[in-house]
Design a protein around this ligand. Structure first.
Ligand code: ACO
Length: 335
């Protein structure tokens, strides 16, 4: 069996910075409230007309990852695209990326696992590489949240948290048994499916019905979140799935060189850090600058950490995520 390793990473966020203060002109909120509850100082929002979409931001991140992996785009055997905000209802954003990268034919697949989407995609790619089916897989996590948020006081509990951006990695076949993805761990619990969800439009309510109702008070078009339930489940599931990965590899928390949690909320990351007794150098957070970019958050954070020299050869990096579904997962990577 082969091993799989990350050979290139890239990220892209829109130029448009939206600070907490900027939000106060749209809704009844404050910098203090947002900082205290989430740790977020600013996020990036696509600006109308700037050419950014979920897929095109993914393309920008992917081009950097492909260049750093030092492969030709035509060497990519599979594109995996994780998002909850695809460009189109269908087809998925993976084929849009393929179109922009001008890769004539290779399989392209979308992964619909929200905040855990990147880890689900990484786990999927890992299997295809370890079995020998593919050599190079492009994995993208990207979100365009800003266009779909309720930017009024009514939606403030959700809209202050999310930002736009994309991250990408190239996962490649490796013959080195000691380096690469050690293990991945995936979970879901569908009983909470509607606790963090965007319900409409959907195939339960097709567009003609929505147009006929023409109801501006219908908030089902916006994401809804049972924030406190999410928080309580997140801290438990993050801890469990990190521990599961460590135990499977007969490792202990002290051996973690860098934990990159999905950037859901700084308070969740800090809770996990305390729980595992990790110091500040062992956990990477950038939610302060980008907000929660959902499927984009882990590859964006991992790329930044690598660019800052905080992930080096020989390091044990642990990725962990929790989110809508509920879904959660982890990955242990020996760099
Ligand atoms: N600004 C000011 N006031 C606000 C805002 C805002 N942006 N949003 C909500 N409030 C108000 C509410 O209206 C409420 O007012 P009331 O007491 O008069 O009714 C009050 O603040 C408290 O609201 P809660 O929703 O109870 O606030 P809470 O303390 O639970 O914090 C938060 C909300 C930050 C979402 C919290 O529940 C949380 O961190 N949850 C975890 C969810 C999370 O991080 N999700 C990220 C996305 S999911 C993921 O990636 C896993």
């Amino acid at each position: 069996m082969y091993n799989s390793k990350i050979t290139g990473m890239g990220m892209y966020v829109p130029d448009n910075v939206v600070t907490n203060k900027d939000l106060t002109s749209l809704m009844d909120t404050s910098h203090e409230w947002i900082i205290e509850r989430t740790g977020i100082e600013e996020r990036r929002h696509i600006k109308k007309g700037d050419g950014n979409t979920t897929a095109t931001m993914g393309v920008k991140a992917a081009k950097i990852a492909i260049e750093r992996a030092d492969i030709d785009k035509n060497d990519i055997d599979l594109i995996l695209f994780a998002t909850l905000s695809p460009d189109y209802y269908f087809p998925g954003s993976g084929v849009i990326v393929q179109q922009h990268l001008e890769i004539p034919t290779c399989p392209a697949m979308d992964i619909r696992n929200q905040c855990s989407g990147f880890i689900y995609a990484l786990a999927t790619a890992d299997q295809f590489i370890k079995t020998g089916m593919y050599k190079n897989i492009l994995i993208i996590g990207s979100e365009n949240h800003s266009g779909g948020l309720d930017m009024t006081t009514r939606g403030r509990g959700v809209s202050v948290i999310f930002g736009d951006g994309a991250g990408a990695v190239v996962l490649s076949r490796s013959e080195d048994p000691n380096k690469g993805i050690l293990s991945t761990h995936l979970h879901s619990e569908g009983q909470f499916a509607e606790e963090l969800a965007l319900i409409g439009p959907s195939t339960n309510r097709w567009v003609p019905e929505i147009l006929e109702a023409n109801d501006p008070t219908d908030i089902s078009y916006y994401p809804n979140m049972n924030g406190q339930l999410v928080f309580k489940n997140a801290v438990v599931r993050f801890s469990e799935v990190i521990m599961e990965g460590l135990q499977q590899n007969k490792m202990t928390p002290e051996q973690i060189d860098m934990l990159i949690p999905h950037q859901a909320n700084l308070r969740i990351s800090q809770f996990i850090q305390r729980k595992f007794g990790l110091n500040d150098d062992q956990v990477y957070n950038n939610i302060m600058r980008y907000g929660n970019t959902t499927a984009g958050s882990i590859p964006i954070a991992m790329t930044e950490a690598w660019e800052e020299g905080k992930i080096k050869s020989g390091n044990l990096v642990v990725l962990a995520a929790f989110g809508s579904g509920f879904t959660w997962g982890s990955a242990l990577i020996q760099f």
